[in-house]
Design a protein around this ligand. Structure first.
Ligand SMILES: C[S@@+](CC[C@H](N)C(=O)[O-])C[C@H]1O[C@@H](n2cnc3c(N)ncnc32)[C@H](O)[C@@H]1O
Length: 273
C-alpha cells in the first residue's frame, strides 16, 4: 500500500500529537496515523501532509479536529461488568461510609475519556439505582474528541449500541424512538459533558471516583504518569480510581494503592490507611 506520510512527515505528526495530548504512535500503529491523515487530506482537499501540518500548527480549531481524528473511541455500555459490580458492592458503599463521618452528602464522579457517553451513562444509571436518598451525585464526563462529546450529549444510541444494557434499565432509563433509544432527561441531567485534554490538570478537586478506562493504553509511560498524577491531585482524601482491565500502574512511581476485591481490581487514595 502506498504510504502517504514519508518518514519526515510521520515524525512531525507523531511529535505534534504526542506533545499535544500524549497519544503515542509507534512503528506498529503507524499505518493508523497514515490512514487518518490521508482521510483528512482528502476531505479537506489539501495536497500534501506538510501543507496540512502548517495549517494545524497555526489554527487551534484545526489542531482539535486533527487530534479528534486520531483518537480511538471504541466503547460500550456496561463495559467490563466486574468493574461495575465492584462499584456497586464495594466502592460506593465505602465512599458513603466515609462521607457519613463528615457533612458531605455529594458523591463526585469523573469519567475521563468518556468517548460517546456509554461509560458515564452506565455510571449514572447505576447511581440512580444505588444512591441513598440522603446523598446526591454528580458526574463529569470529558474527552478530547469533540465529535464523541456531541454524540454523548445527544444520548441517542441505535439498537446495536444498546446491546449489553439490561432490559429493566433499557425500559427505565431510555425512550424507544425511531432507529434506536434515547437516554432520558433525568439521567442526562446528572452528567456534565466537557472538552478536556488529559495532558492538562482539569482543576477538579475532591472527586470520589475517577474512571479512566482504556485511555492510558494509547499513551507511553511518561505521559501515563503525568495523567495519573493529575488524577491524584483531583481526587478527595479517600477515593478510588478505575483504569482499564488491560492497563496497570505496576512499576510506576505513584501514591495509589492497588485494591483487589472479589469483583475486580482498581486503585485507591488513602483507602488502606
Ligand atoms: C477507547 S475510548 C475509551 C472510552 C471509555 N472510557 C471506555 O472504556 O469504554 C478512549 C477515549 O479516550 C480519549 N482520549 C485519548 N486521549 C485523550 C486525551 N489526551 N485527553 C482526553 N481524552 C483522550 C479518546 O478520544 C477516546 O474517546
Amino acid at each position: 500500500m502506498l504510504e502517504i506520510l514519508n518518514d519526515q512527515d510521520y515524525e512531525k505528526f507523531r511529535k505534534v500529537i504526542y506533545d499535544q495530548c500524549g497519544i503515542t504512535f509507534s512503528a506498529t500503529n503507524r499505518s493508523i496515523l497514515d490512514s487518518r491523515i490521508k482521510d483528512l487530506l482528502r476531505k479537506k482537499n489539501i495536497a500534501t501532509p506538510g501543507e496540512y501540518l502548517d495549517i494545524v500548527l497555526k489554527n487551534s480549531e484545526e489542531m482539535k479536529l486533527m487530534l479528534d481524528s486520531v483518537t480511538t473511541n471504541l466503547t460500550r455500555f456496561f463495559r467490563n461488568q466486574p468493574h461495575f459490580d465492584a462499584f456497586t458492592n464495594y466502592v460506593i458503599p465505602a465512599v458513603i461510609e466515609q462521607k457519613k463521618k463528615t457533612g458531605d452528602r455529594m458523591i463526585r464522579i469523573w469519567s475521563a475519556g468518556c468517548s460517546t457517553g456509554e461509560e458515564p451513562y452506565t455510571i449514572a444509571m447505576i447511581m440512580k439505582e444505588i444512591c441513598p436518598p440522603e446523598f446526591n451525585f454528580q458526574i463529569t464526563a470529558s474527552d478530547i474528541s469533540l465529535k464523541s462529546i456531541m454524540t454523548a450529549k445527544q444520548g441517542f444510541y441505535n439498537e446495536a449500541r444498546v446491546d449489553g444494557v439490561p432490559e429493566d434499565y433499557l425500559s427505565k432509563y431510555f425512550t424507544k424512538v425511531e432507529g434506536g433509544y434515547q437516554i432520558k432527561e433525568d439521567i442526562k441531567k446528572t452528567i456534565t459533558f466537557d472538552y478536556h485534554n488529559l495532558k492538562n490538570d482539569s482543576g477538579a478537586r475532591n472527586l470520589d471516583v475517577v474512571f479512566c478506562r482504556n485511555v492510558l493504553i494509547y499513551f507511553d509511560e511518561p505521559a501515563q504518569l503525568a495523567v495519573i498524577n493529575h488524577f491524584y491531585d483531583s481526587m478527595g482524601p479517600y477515593s478510588f480510581l478505575y483504569i482499564g482491565h488491560s492497563e496497570s500502574l505496576f512499576g510506576m512511581k505513584t501514591n495509589f494503592e492497588f485494591i483487589k476485591t472479589e469483583w475486580a481490581c482498581f486503585y485507591g487514595k488513602n483507602v488502606n490507611k
